[in-house]
Design a binder for this molecule. Structure first.
Ligand code: C2E
Ligand code: MG
Ligand code: MG
Ligand code: MG
Length: 283
């Protein structure tokens, strides 16, 4: 049953945590402190329109600035946040920070920069999630059209009435939904026509292999074609080279995100990138 998957995930993390891995245990204990000491930061990575090469949005990415270990990757600490249940509070904070930032940019008279926030599976399916989002929008005064949420395929695959309802409520509010790391999850595609989805984000593992691996190129073209057929936007993640950008542009990928344009940066650095005309890379 679909609902079980979420629970199994928790079980998996639990057993990983209890394996007396002292480094994990240390991290486990420091997450609570980290929240109190405000060690979690939000960075932003621009999303660029493939044809105009303008910034059309920014993904909010969590960073943990650990006093001793320095910047810790979310790949390492998100599972710990999920295990400890701290993820709900932290992601609400990310949501709040990103929405206030987007609102602030507008108040400064800049062109609107929509923000896209990653939501973990347990958070997305948690009761009250939609109210949380509504509350944050209301508090920050951000219009919902400037908020996007990114979830992975494993949530969308969960064909429960509840997941369907959450999708519908969020879309009714006017929030745009993206499927993150698309192509790496389960292969059922039926959910794509059932849920109000705005964008497919092609996983960077395929993007990285362009020019090197024919199979990955075929998958990339298939995802772009699939998105076009369903009337969805399609974004390529992890674009690092001009060759990759050109490939994406050639096959009709509408949006680009990657180190070629910028790494995730603090909000004030993103501001400097907006309007940057040095990105005229393809003709
Ligand atoms: P993601 O949502 O797929 O985000 C894209 C990741 O790819 C980011 O890693 C970004 O820095 C990296 N990236 C972007 N362009 C390039 C590129 O050209 N080359 C390479 N090598 N990497 C690139 P990051 O920031 O380390 O985040 C990793 C993952 O952690 C994210 O993957 C996301 O799944 C998760 N994450 C981050 N923040 C949150 C959050 O607030 N909540 C949840 N649930 N997950 C988060
Ligand atoms: Mg993402
Ligand atoms: Mg991704
Ligand atoms: Mg990812």
């Amino acid at each position: 049953r679909a609902k079980r998957k979420g629970l199994n995930q928790f079980a998996f993390y639990s057993s990983a945590m209890s394996s007396e891995n002292s480094e994990n245990l240390e991290l486990f204990n420091s997450v609570r402190k980290a929240v109190l000491n405000q060690e979690f930061l939000v960075y932003y990575q621009p999303q660029v329109d493939a044809s105009s090469r303008k910034i059309v949005g920014a993904e909010a990415l969590l960073r943990w600035n650990h006093p001793k270990k320095g910047m810790i990757s979310p790949a390492v600490f998100i599972p710990i946040l999920e295990e400890t249940g701290v993820i709900f509070a932290v992601e609400e904070q990310v949501l709040y920070t990103a929405c206030s930032q987007s609102k602030r940019w507008q108040e400064q008279g800049r062109e609107p920069i929509p923000v896209h926030v990653n939501i973990s599976s347990p958070h997305f399916i948690r009761s009250g999630f939609v109210s949380t989002v509504e509350k944050v929008l209301q508090k920050t005064g951000l219009s919902p059209q400037y908020l996007g949420l990114e979830i992975t395929e494993n949530v969308a695959m969960n064909h429960s009435d509840h997941v369907m309802k959450v999708f519908e409520e969020l879309s009714k509010i006017g929030i745009r939904m993206s499927i993150d790391d698309f192509g790496t999850g389960y292969s059922s595609l039926s959910y794509l026509q059932n849920y109000p989805i705005d964008t497919l984000k092609i996983d960077q593992s395929f993007v990285r292999q362009i020019g090197q691996h024919e199979g990955s190129e075929k998958i990339v073209r298939m995802i772009i074609y699939l998105a076009q057929s369903l009337g969805l936007h399609v974004l390529a993640e992890g674009v690092e080279t001009e060759a990759q950008l050109r490939y994406m542009f050639h096959y009709g990928c509408t949006n680009i995100q990657g180190y070629l344009f910028s790494k995730p940066v603090p909000a004030n650095e993103l501001e400097k990138l907006v309007g940057d005309s040095e990105w005229n890379l393809i003709e």
